[in-house]
Design a protein. Structure first.
Length: 286
């Protein structure tokens, strides 16, 4: 039986180079590690003691199929993050749950799939003259666009609503001047942070001008608050934080399924991830 299988998608069959750093660290400790594409019918998931979802970067395009795979895999292998968190986190309506638990999140207006919406009226109601629309099931910049009350923005939202629930959020100028802060937590403990640019394209870690940064105390506190709102501690979490107009950190995303963990951006990060995975393996040993 393979100790660990890192789960990826067909365009990265050998994994994101960033994740291979953790694979190398595990192999140096004597663990067997494989890579597998999530929708490959030839993969025997029961032959892996622990399967770790990593770069499944097409799940949003095949949402129902991906969730069905995750349910099946979780019945055959120890899946991380656990299936309960995967179900909850793949649709960004989780932001409502976080807000109800007093986590500071970016204000969001929700539009139901198939709805006929007057975008100008939505923006007038919210008071956001400059906003962002994105699919509620999505990753990277898929379907994400800065919008206003104009006809092109209306057409974009109309097109999204044909296939997706849609979320509208205020455009925060800090994402240009300050950038997003991606805070990585491993086994519930803050590890490191990276500055991301706004509207960052999908790419392996480090190819979109990301850079390591020191997160502020307030940013880390926002991340900790988000983790404390969860029913269980995830193996890994990436919490993307932006600043509001007063400089207060807000959670814009809590990613528990397939985020890049930017392991290459901190010298200790690959070992920290390997440490957490080794503890999982030890807990499974009789």
């Amino acid at each position: 039986m393979t100790d660990f299988t890192f789960v990826t998608y067909r365009d990265l069959p050998e994994l994101d180079p960033d994740d291979r750093l953790a694979v190398d660290a595990l192999r140096k400790r004597g663990f067997s590690v494989a890579a597998a594409v999530w929708d490959d019918p030839a993969v025997a998931w029961a032959a892996s003691a622990i399967s770790v979802i990593r770069s499944t970067w097409d799940y949003n395009l095949r949402y129902a199929e991906f969730l069905a795979w995750a349910e099946r895999a979780a019945s055959l292998t120890r899946l991380y993050n656990p299936i309960e968190l995967v179900r909850w986190n793949t649709h960004k309506r989780y932001l409502e749950d976080l807000a109800r638990r007093s986590v500071p999140v970016v204000p969001t207006h929700w539009l139901e799939r198939g709805a006929v919406v007057d975008l100008g009226a939505v923006l007038a109601e919210t008071g956001w003259t400059d906003a962002v629309a994105k699919p509620a099931v999505g990753l990277a910049t898929y379907g994400v666009r800065r919008i206003d009350a104009g006809s092109e923005s209306q057409a974009h939202v109309n097109a999204l609503l044909l296939q997706h629930d849609v979320m509208v959020q205020p455009f925060l100028t800090s994402v240009i001047s300050y950038g997003e802060r991606a805070l990585v937590f491993i086994d519930g403990t803050y590890s490191h942070a990276v500055r991301k640019k706004a509207f960052q394209a999908l790419a392996p870690a480090g190819l979109e001008d990301e850079a390591p940064v020191e997160a502020t105390v307030a940013e880390i506190q926002a991340g900790v608050a988000a983790l404390r709102a969860l029913p269980q501690t995830p193996l890994y979490a990436r919490i993307d934080v932006v600043l509001d107009e007063k400089g207060n950190p807000l959670v814009i995303e809590l990613e528990l399924v397939e985020p890049s963990l930017f392991l290459s951006m901190h010298p200790r990060a690959p070992e920290r991830f390997a440490d957490a995975l080794a503890r999982l393996a030890e807990r499974a040993t009789p």
